[in-house]
Design a protein around this ligand. Structure first.
Ligand code: OXT
Ligand code: ADP
Ligand code: MG
Length: 586
């Protein structure tokens, strides 16, 4: 018999956080334990959540970010206070820059001590530091507010333009208890976390009219289009209009790269020549040369100043950020593309297909570039170079189109992007908007854990790999089907720089020559392979894909093969002139 004097069932902060996440279908935590969140990781695992423990928080954060991109659910990264929080913050900021939804949850020190700056263990005003670097930041002080805090974080991460959210949970919160029934009742299952945003019909009509009048239209697909998971409608829009399209790096595979309308192999031709460009989930930032300048023809080019832009984007502030947008269509890509399709279908057989001249000219450029690349790929030089190694990766992805391809580096990135065709959406995961090194192993782990079960191949520059390389232990620990291929050219961009003073230090871009990265994988029980020829590389990657064993292949690349900064040499302040690169400041 129950009496008033019997203690009520209690629930603590730990369990409220776990239950709030689980209630919202967030069943995986990428993190790194320690004070004050060690028990949170233990209890989360005990409660059936997948807890993936990393060796550095930045990698856990990158995993959470890309899991968010792949699933449209915010990826969860969990860190300790101050230093752990700061390690995670890099990934949170990168996620926000890339419009990936994630929530960084960090334990923090006692508010009273932090605010009086009395020197607590790992003292830091984390909320204030996170605020300018992410989309939203919240702190929860009372157990009864945990449900609200988690709900707000979820909504902020995935609604509108997705991004990173910081959730600050002070140590004291976890031990707070409250009545269990009231606690359960305080949790919120978020209804419609990313509400559709229907575009205004007049905006859709304006865009359709502009496209209809185009002589040389072009569609640019960005990673926002990949994120939106409106794959079938986007394909229908491209195919029904017959408009050539250019995929940005992480939109490769949204339509297969072998699609006849892909203009990827004629990039430098189509950007300046198009008269109407429709951007779908792509910003006119540096990756598109801000929509102006030489890439777009520049002054003197016949199209200069007369190009028109349609931009489909969920952010109303994106339009006009770099050039005039003549027809902004604001809404979620699924709704916008479906509305555009409505207008195109209404036109029926009257929809004007792009002129044969335009399509013919693109085909000509494409064929030329593809033939040129074919010739280069057919060569088999000794030592192996980027092309002969990536020719192998190109075949592997062709026969395993479901595999995820993680990619970072400079030459290792740029060559892979243009050589390795993608066939399925959201399979190419790379350095994104910031061109940031260090996403490699975090992305690879997330693709293996939060993806569709397909194997993961990470093509890494040797420098790029170094930023997250210790996570090969994580890959082995969880026995993930990840095959890391290191394009080892002995350094950043190439391995041939010399110290002009003749002193004992090597040049800043050069690493230990002939390093055996494969041994690193072997140290943790994975498979390590040293590959010096395309045949050895092919055999090793095929074996890794077949067995799904954690594998690292040290692909030895000609150290003279790379170029400064890959394809973005022009962004270097001392651009191009190798001769003045070594000169000291006088
Ligand atoms: O039309 P044209 O004729 O121009 O031809 C184009 C296409 O039409 C054609 N193409 C094709 N031809 C035939 N067939 C097919 N299928 C085909 N597809 C395309 O090919 C060309 C090129 O096409 P693309 O690539 O589409 O066009 P383009 O002009 O290159 O596009 C422009 C861009 C800007 C969109 C593109 O270049 C791009 O996306 N670039 C991204 C670049 C980027 O983000 N780079 C990474 C940063 S570099 C630097 O910052 C690095 N750091 C510093 C650092 C960083 N980043 N982060 C942190 C935390 N710390 C430090 C470091 C340390 S890189 C780096 C490490 C480098 O060393 P590694 O050892 O890791 O790497 P290696 O260089 O390998 O040694
Ligand atoms: P890329 O680097 O591939 O060119 P960007 O990251 O520059 O792509 O651009 C992505 C754009 O997509 C952002 O402006 C973002 O607001 C937009 N976006 C992201 N998700 C959606 C969505 N579901 N609906 C509409 N726009 C979206
Ligand atoms: Mg290198």
């Amino acid at each position: 018999m129950t009496t008033d004097t019997q203690p009520q069932e209690q629930i603590d902060g730990f369990n409220l956080v776990i239950n709030a996440l689980k209630l919202n279908g967030l069943d995986t935590i990428f993190g790194l334990p320690g004070i004050p969140i060690t028990d949170l990781t233990r209890k989360a695992q005990a409660a059936g959540m997948r807890v993936i423990s990393f060796r550095h928080e930045q990698n856990a954060g990158n995993a959470a970010a890309i899991a968010g991109f792949m699933t449209q659910k915010p990826g969860i990264c969990l860190t300790v206070s101050a230093p752990g929080f700061l390690n995670g913050l890099n990934a949170l900021t990168n996620a926000t820059t890339n419009c990936f939804p994630m929530i960084l949850i960090s334990g923090s020190s006692e508010r009273e001590i932090v605010d009086l700056q009395q020197g607590d263990y790992e003292e830091m005003d984390q909320l204030a530091i996170a605020k300018p670097l992410c989309k939203a930041a919240f702190r929860v002080l009372h157990a009864e507010d945990i449900g609200i805090g988690v709900a707000r974080a979820i909504r902020a991460a995935v609604s509108g333009r997705p991004g990173g959210v910081y959730l600050d949970l002070p140590a004291k919160l976890f031990a707070q208890t409250m009545d269990a029934a009231a606690g359960r009742n305080s949790l919120i299952k978020v209804v419609d976390p990313a509400p559709r945003q229907i575009p205004a019909p007049d905006a859709v009509n304006r865009a359709i009219e502009l496209l209809k009048g185009a002589k040389r239209p072009l569609i640019v697909l960005g990673k926002g289009a990949a994120y939106a998971q409106a794959d079938a409608d986007i394909r229908a829009l491209v195919e029904k209009t017959g408009i050539p399209y250019l995929p940005m790096s992480m939109a490769k595979g949204l339509l297969p790269d072998t699609h006849p309308q892909s203009a990827a192999a004629a990039r430098s031709y189509v950007l300046p020549e198009a008269d109407v460009v429709m951007l779908i989930g792509a910003r006119l930032n540096w990756l598109l040369s801000h929509g102006k300048g030489k890439t777009w023809g520049g002054k003197g080019h016949k199209a200069w100043g007369s190009q028109k832009f349609v931009q489909i984007d969920i952010s109303p502030q994106e339009a006009d950020s770099n050039v005039r947008i003549d027809a902004p269509v604001v809404g979620d890509i699924g709704s916008c593309v479906s509305a555009m399709l409505g207008g195109i279908n209404a036109a029926g057989g009257n929809w004007p297909k792009p002129s044969a001249d335009w399509l013919g000219a693109i085909s000509e450029r494409k064929d030329k570039n593809i033939a040129k690349m074919g010739e280069t790929l057919a060569k088999n030089p000794t030592p192996m170079n980027f092309h002969s190694a990536l020719n192998v990766m190109r075949d592997i992805i062709k026969t395993n189109p479901d595999a995820y391809l993680v990619n970072e580096g400079a030459n290792a990135l740029d060559f892979t992007r243009s050589i390795v065709d993608m066939y399925k959406p959201r399979k190419r995961l790379d350095v994104g908007t910031w061109g940031v090194m260090g996403i490699g192993m975090g992305f690879a782990v997330a693709a293996a854990v939060a993806g569709d079960g397909s194997p993961v191949i990470a093509v890494e520059g040797d420098s790029a790999f170094g930023f997250s390389g210790m996570e090969v232990e994580t890959i082995c620990r969880y026995n993930l089907p990840v095959c890391v291929v290191i394009m080892n050219n002995n350094g950043v961009y190439r391995g041939t720089d010399v110290n002009p003073t003749g002193g004992p230090d090597v040049a800043p871009t050069v690493f230990v020559k002939n390093a055996r990265y494969d041994k690193l994988m072997e140290a943790f029980g994975g498979v390590g392979v040293h590959a010096t020829t395309p045949t050895e590389l092919r055999k090793a990657v095929e074996e890794a894909v077949r067995t799904r064993k954690p594998t690292l292949i040290n692909a030895v690349i000609d150290e003279t093969a790379g170029t400064e900064s890959g394809r973005i040499t022009s962004l270097n302040p001392t651009s191009g002139t190798a001769s003045n690169r070594n000169k000291p400041i006088s």
